[in-house]
Design a protein around this ligand. Structure first.
Ligand code: F6P
Length: 319
C-alpha cells in the first residue's frame, strides 16, 4: 500500500480534525502518501482530492468541525454513484481509504468494500450509537456542551422556580441525554429506548416538589418528542410553569475535549495500521482501554445497549 485517502462524512463531530491529523501523520510516518477527500462521498465522486502533508494538519487538533468538510451524498446512494467513486479512487491511485463518520458513512464504506476497495472506518459522531465501541469521537465534547447548558439554565430555573425542558440530539439513541442528564443532575431524562409516559414525568415532578424542590430540569432526546410537546404535556397535566430550550446543532460544534482528541488520535492511528496489515471492512473501536477492530456489519446492525442502570441512578440522585 502506497497511497491512502481520508474523508469525513455525515454529521460533523468535534474531534474529526484530530482524527484526520492522526491519519495523515501516522500514514506519513509509515511512508504512505495521504490524500484528503473533501465533502465526504460527494467530493469523492467529484474528484475533490488533494495531497496532505505534515503541515496540512498543523493547528487543527483543537478545532471543531472538519476542515475536509462533510456532506450527505444522494448520488453515492446509487450503484452508479458508487462505481464512479471507485473509478475516481483508481484514477488517483488510492489503494486504501479511511472514512470517518457514523452508521451512514460505514454503510457506504461497506458498499465500497464490496466493490473491491480496501476501507477502514473511524467512528466519528456525537450520537455514540455504534456497537463495538464504548465511545465515538465527538460524544464526550457534545456531552460537555449539554452539561454547560444545563448549568446555565439551572441558574435561571432556580431563580424563577420553573420547570425547564431541554431538548438534545439523539433520534434513536439516548446516550447524550442520559450521560449529560446524569452529569447535570437532571430530575427527569427521557430517552428513545424507553416509552415516554407524560403522567409518570408529572408524578415524579409533583413528588419532588412535595419534598421541597423549587425547580426542575428535564432532558429530552429529540427522538422521544419535541421539548415543546413535553412542556405542553406537563402544563396540561399538572399546571407547572414550564420553559423550553432546544440545543440543536450547538451540540455539534466547539473545541473537542481532551478525551475526544486522544480517542481520535488512537482510533485513527489504529485505522492506518489496519490498512497496512491488509484489513478491510472494519471500524476501529475502543472497548475498555483497548483498541479493537469491529466488522462494519456488527458496528451498524448490532444494537448498542444503553445502560438503563444509569437512568435509575440519575433518578435516585436527583431526588
Ligand atoms: O450527528 C448526528 C446527528 O446530530 C443527530 O443526532 C441529529 O438528529 C442529526 O445528526 C441531524 O443532522 P443534520 O441536521 O446534519 O441532518
Amino acid at each position: 500500500m502506497k497511497r491512502i485517502g481520508v474523508l469525513t462524512s455525515g454529521g460533523d463531530a468535534p474531534g474529526m480534525n484530530a482524527a484526520v491529523r492522526a491519519v495523515v501523520r501516522k500514514g506519513i510516518y509509515h511512508g504512505l502518501e495521504v490524500w484528503g477527500i473533501r465533502r465526504g462521498y460527494a467530493g469523492l465522486i467529484d474528484g475533490e482530492i488533494y495531497r496532505l502533508g505534515l503541515r496540512s494538519v498543523a493547528d487543527v487538533i483543537q478545532r471543531g468541525g472538519t476542515f475536509l468538510r462533510t456532506a450527505r451524498s444522494q448520488e453515492f446512494m446509487t450503484e452508479e454513484g458508487r462505481k464512479k467513486a471507485v473509478e475516481v479512487l483508481n484514477r488517483f491511485g488510492i489503494d486504501g481509504l479511511i472514512t470517518i463518520g457514523g452508521d451512514g458513512t460505514f454503510r457506504g464504506a461497506m458498499e465500497l468494500n464490496r466493490l473491491g476497495v480496501k476501507v477502514i472506518g473511524v467512528p466519528g459522531t456525537i450520537d455514540n450509537d455504534l456497537a463495538g465501541t464504548d465511545y465515538t469521537i465527538g460524544f464526550d465534547s457534545a456531552v460537555d456542551t449539554v452539561v454547560d447548558a444545563i448549568n446555565k439554565i439551572r441558574d435561571t430555573a432556580a431563580s424563577h422556580e420553573r420547570v425547564f425542558i431541554i431538548e438534545v440530539m439523539g433520534r434513536y439513541s439516548g446516550e447524550i441525554a442520559l450521560t449529560a442528564g446524569l452529569a447535570g443532575g437532571a430530575e427527569s431524562i427521557l430517552i428513545p429506548e424507553i416509552p415516554y409516559d407524560p403522567q409518570e414525568v408529572c408524578d415524579r415532578l409533583k413528588e419532588s416538589y412535595e419534598k421541597g424542590k423549587k425547580h426542575s430540569i428535564i432532558i429530552v432526546a429529540e427522538g422521544v418528542a419535541s421539548a415543546q410537546r413535553v412542556a405542553d404535556d406537563i402544563r396540561s397535566l399538572s399546571g407547572f410553569d414550564t420553559r423550553i430550550t432546544v440545543l440543536g446543532h450547538l451540540q455539534r460544534g466547539g473545541t473537542p475535549s481532551s478525551f475526544d482528541r486522544n480517542l481520535a488520535s488512537r482510533l485513527s492511528a489504529a485505522a492506518v495500521e489496519a490498512l497496512l496489515a491488509g484489513k478491510s471492512n472494519y471500524m476501529t473501536g475502543i472497548q475498555g482501554s483497548e483498541i479493537k477492530l469491529v466488522p462494519f456489519e456488527e458496528a451498524i446492525n448490532k444494537k448498542k445497549k444503553i445502560n438503563t442502570e444509569l437512568l435509575e441512578l440519575a433518578q435516585i440522585l436527583a431526588r
